[in-house]
Design a binder for this molecule. Sequence first.
Ligand SMILES: [Zn+2]
Length: 220
Amino acid sequence: MKRSLLILIMLTVILLPGRQTPAPCLLQAERPTGGSDLVRVGDIDNLIVLDLRYASRNNFTGKPVYPVNVALLQRETALKLAAANAELMEQGCRLKLWDAYRPYHLHQLLWELAGDKRYFFADPRYGSVHNRGAAVDVTLVDIRGREVEMPTDFDDFSGRAHRQASMSPAARANMDLLTEVMVRHGFQYIDFEWWHFEDNSWWQYPILDLSLELFAGDEK
Ligand SMILES: [Zn+2]
């Protein structure tokens, strides 16, 4: 099973459209050095709370976009996330995961569904770090799994999601804690979505279009 999956992964590394005029990041995608080893986050750390928004109706489209509720990441990225979660648990909280690996064809679909909100999504011509299995959308919950105060909900397309936006002292303290711990464990952040973090080594991994269904169905 594992070998056949690996072969499938190698065969499904896709060629992006518009490659005739590649951007620098596409050049990296052509020669991945780290390959791909997608794993289910729950198999690495089952204490991270999973709330894959695009597998539910609770997202900006109002309907499920992902066909199955399975959170995948590159193995090394998942291990970094588990290390961040372990440190947060020492401080009385945990990570909740809103999004992880996103198959390329579903990224294209989200881009189309986003309409004038597509500014907030990576242009499919270049792909998203989520397509590489090396980006996460996360928030903090308390040790019992209840969300703590943060600047906004997931996919808030207003300026309130910006790290420099005005917010309550509690929201800023929680966002800063999340950011400090994620950075300490090998992630980088962006300014306009406080919940989005990327593995510092994201460029090692190719854009993938592996279906989520391949990893569903044999939950332990
Ligand atoms: Zn994201």
